[in-house]
Ligand binder design. Structure first.
Ligand SMILES: Cc1cc2nc3c(=O)[nH]c(=O)nc-3n(C[C@H](O)[C@H](O)[C@H](O)COP(=O)(O)OP(=O)(O)OC[C@H]3O[C@@H](n4cnc5c(N)ncnc54)[C@H](O)[C@@H]3O)c2cc1C
Length: 263
């Protein structure tokens, strides 16, 4: 884990309420970060907002790291005002990462909303390695999509309001891929409801995979104990806190399919 002052090289709006920020952070960039890992950004140095924002790494090129973020509250709106040339404090790389499944399996990447950034990076790596895979991206509306549908590249989009791509959630598209493809392995990141539905679908078809989850967190490295999630398979006799619960920041954010309970 490295604390570094990053130099912003680009910060631009790429879709409705979605921004891509590029930062020069040589030490973190060369720390062999992997898709799934995240950083903690101190957006403003002010006593009113001392907490950092966790953001997944969306890609690394040379000494530059990128994130894709949605303007939601006070910190992300403030982040969107930052200009190239400004500096910002970053801690990273944090958490674990997706591990590439065994040879012969076909990765299906399922992203919902701002769950896309770590999967875009995984998609780039799989593309570079010529590994056949699918990318299914869900959003509420077409204005939130910045990746284009390309059935030749197995990229499929869905929207809740039907304004772009297939109308509805990602699940019917995932089901249709399952129907025509053997030996699938799922990687998913997105809202909890989507992860729960992906996990149910995977159970139904006996498919393995990894899910990256989000949780409110203050520190990002196990001190605050704020990002607790419940494990699925604990036994009533297990009194240990660690067997019943996991920390998203340290044990995750990536968990094996079936490892977590989505209540
Ligand atoms: C591991 C991880 C990876 C993430 N990756 C991304 C990403 O790639 N892109 C993206 O847009 N968002 C991502 N998020 C969510 C992002 O951290 C929140 O949207 C952001 O912190 C909201 O801050 P805010 O001040 O604008 O909003 P407010 O709602 O005003 O939040 C106030 C404070 O609450 C905390 N907080 C609020 N929402 C969340 C949240 N969902 N998760 C954790 N803490 C939160 C933060 O400490 C924040 O400073 C990720 C969250 C986690 C845990």
């Amino acid at each position: 884990m490295i604390t570094e002052t990053g130099l912003i090289t680009s910060n631009r709006c790429i879709a409705r309420n979605l921004w891509r920020l590029e930062i020069e952070v040589p030490e973190i960039a060369y720390a062999q970060s992997q898709p799934g890992q995240f950083i903690e950004i101190l957006v403003d140095v002010t006593w009113e907002r001392p907490l950092r924002c966790p953001m997944s790494i969306a890609g690394i090129q040379d000494n530059r790291l990128s994130i894709i973020y949605k303007t939601i509250g006070i910190s992300t709106h403030s982040l969107a005002t930052k200009q190239s040339g400004e500096t910002i404090s970053i801690i990273g790389p944090l958490g674990n990462s997706f591990s590439i499944a065994g040879a012969g399996s076909i990765p299906v990447l399922v992203a919902g909303g701002v769950g896309l950034p770590p999967l875009l990076w995984l998609h780039q790596i799989l593309t570079k390695q010529n590994i056949t895979h699918y990318l299914v991206i869900g959003a509420q509306t077409g204005e939130e999509h910045f990746v284009k549908t390309d059935q030749h590249k197995n990229i499929y989009l869905t929207t809740d309001d039907g304004s772009l791509g297939r109308h509805g959630t990602v699940i019917p598209v995932v089901e249709s891929i399952i129907d025509k493809t053997n030996n699938i392995y799922i990687y998913a990141c997105g809202p909890e409801a989507m992860l729960a539905a992906v996990q149910d679908t995977a159970f139904e078809h006996n498919i393995g995979g990894q899910l990256s989850t989000e949780s409110y967190m203050a520190c990002g490295f196990g001190i605050c104990q704020g990002c607790v999630v419940k494990r699925r398979d604990f036994k009533q006799a297990d009194h240990s806190y660690n067997l019943r619960y996991a920390l998203v920041c340290q044990d995750g954010p990536v968990f094996n399919m079936g490892e977590l309970y989505f209540g």
